[in-house]
Design a protein around this ligand. Structure first.
Ligand code: BGC
Length: 532
């Protein structure tokens, strides 16, 4: 066995021992002890991470069974916000608030009008030649009240027709069951902060599996739980725009993880045998690069941040509980703040067993990278970002995009994939989102360059590090409603004319480029075949 793997195993053992200890002693953990544990982890990260920095394009073809797709989400493209019995969602409510919190007072009321233009969309997808289309279902179209007392047949029909049309064109539907558009009626009861939502979500999942499960074989329970919880209930950056940092986001995550597990178990117990599908979750993260590999503290800090980010959701789903470092840090800070118990809720032993292992594959949404520095003077304010006690930043000189947070750092793709492989026992991974924003130009060479370099880095991760990636999904099929930024940031392969009632779609240069990638399974012109 290679020494790096021995170190890894040693690290995992130590984490478990100290975690046991933590449960016995309740809350009080010497911080230096925690640092020692992370230290083992970071040795592994160092050994794995230092080498990758160059941008040489990989010219090897992707494997024959590798899947290429594109993604959208219901609120961002459908429009028809109050048609055919659809209920109000939290994004409808936020967009209709006066004064509007959205750039240019934009709304998703019409968006790309995909509710009416789905056949045209599918024809474009067929022309692109993609293997799959990732779209999401609006809970409020299926259950206008949020509860299963009133099933809206018109809403169900829309998704049945869409999946039928996709299948007729040989395109695999990959369905996100929740991409942020919670029924407002459930938010009125507290939304993801009220445990009641766990059952409501599983009821909703049952309807989806039983009504659409014959044609849908890939399900994603959630898109970007971190944005749902930290954005929605921590820092008020996503609907329902609640600001309750340090408590709200953790409560949300706790319920969301139980809802995820409930849906996966429901599928596993009642639907899998007949439908033979797979259920995963799309978790978002950047790659967090230590500012300096000469600083153990920076290396530890970067690992901590990664655990707070992807690990917040993946660790419970893979290993049963929140990352040890989150438990420890939040417990210690809560105690210092005078709380009687940690602000991070605890799972019972039963819940740990219930949540552990509830995935058939892991989804990764990734766009960018940040640098991480350790700090001796952590921000004392409450909140998920502050609780990690690190400094996160992106150098100004890094190549930018139209989104302030999105710097172009292709090598981060390989590093995050390698980290996922090492941290979660070599899971099967689907890249559920990756993409670049600009102002909507048709000559989008910078988008092509972004995709090409990121996919090359992904190919490296598969070939050189043996990461098990089953497919890649570009965000987004077309320009759409970019949440608080409205229509000011464009991610599409297809341009959409938002000034025209017909919402004409036009392929950008990147659509033509991506079509060729899908066709040749290669990101450069001079491909060579390669065995993994
Ligand atoms: C989300 C998308 C969003 C994209 C670009 C992801 O966070 O899943 O809905 O449009 O990134 O910001």
């Amino acid at each position: 066995m290679q020494p790096i793997f021995q170190i890894r195993i040693q690290y995992i053992k130590q984490v478990h021992e100290i975690k046991e200890n933590y449960f016995v002693k309740k809350l009080v953990i010497p911080l230096w002890n925690m640092r020692a544990v992370i230290h083992y982890a970071v040795i592994v990260i160092v050994l794995f991470s230092e080498a990758i920095t160059e941008d040489v394009l990989n010219n090897r073809r992707f494997p024959d069974d590798f899947l290429f797709g594109v993604a959208t989400a219901s609120y961002q493209v459908e429009g028809a916000w109050n048609e055919d019995g659809k209920g109000e969602s939290i994004w409808d409510r936020v967009c209709h608030t006066v004064p509007s919190p959205i750039t240019n007072n934009d709304t998703g009321d019409i968006a790309c009008d995909s509710y009416h233009k789905y056949k045209e969309d599918v024809a474009l997808l067929a022309d692109l030649g993609v293997d799959f289309y990732r779209f999401s279902i609006a809970w409020t179209r299926i259950l206008p009240t949020g509860f299963n007392n009133n099933i809206n047949q018109a809403g169900l029909n829309y998704y049945k027709n869409l999946t039928k049309e996709l299948r007729a064109n040989g395109i695999e539907p990959v369905v996100t069951m929740y991409h942020w558009d919670l029924p407002q009626s459930l938010q009125d009861l507290g939304g993801w902060q009220n445990e009641l939502i766990v059952d409501s979500y599983v009821d909703y999942a049952r309807i989806l599996f039983s009504e659409l499960g014959d044609s849908v074989k890939y399900w994603l329970t959630f898109n970007e739980a971190k944005q749902v919880c930290d954005g929605g209930y921590g820092v008020a950056q996503k609907a329902p725009l609640i600001e309750s940092p340090g408590i709200g986001e953790y409560l949300c995550a706790h319920n969301l993880l139980k809802a995820h597990a409930g849906a996966w178990r429901l599928y596993d117990e009642e639907f899998r045998k007949d439908q033979e599908g797979k259920v995963g979750i799309a978790i978002d993260t950047s790659w967090y690069e230590p500012f300096s590999y000469n600083s153990t503290a920076d290396i530890e800090a970067a690992e901590t941040k990664q655990q707070f980010s992807y690990g917040w959701y993946a660790n419970p789903i893979v290993h049963g509980d929140y990352p040890w470092v989150m438990q420890a840090k939040i417990a210690v800070r809560s105690e210092q703040e005078g709380f009687g118990k940690s602000r991070l809720p605890e799972f019972t032993q039963e819940e740990i067993k219930y949540i552990k292992g509830t995935y058939d594959f892991l989804g990764l949404n990734t766009y960018s990278t940040s640098l991480i520095n350790a700090t001796d003077d952590p921000d004392p304010s409450k909140g998920w970002a502050q609780d990690a006690e690190v400094i996160e930043w992106q150098p100004d000189e890094w190549e930018g995009s139209s989104s302030s947070w999105l710097k172009v750092v292709p090598w981060g793709m390989r590093k995050i994939l390698r980290w996922l492989k090492e941290t979660y026992n070599n899971p099967r991974i689907l890249i559920t989102e990756n993409g670049y924003s600009d102002n909507g130009t048709l000559a989008d060479d910078k988008r092509i360059s972004y995709y090409q370099r990121y996919m090359s880095s992904l190919r490296d991760a598969m070939e050189l590090d043996g990461v098990d990636v089953m497919g890649y999904c570009a965000w987004s099929m077309m320009d759409n409603f970019e949440w608080l930024a409205g229509y000011s940031e464009k991610f599409g392969l297809y341009h959409v004319d938002f000034n025209s009632p017909n919402r004409e779609r036009t392929p950008k240069k990147s659509a033509i480029w991506y079509k060729r990638v899908v066709e040749t399974k290669c990101v450069v012109d001079d491909c060579v075949d390669a065995k993994l």
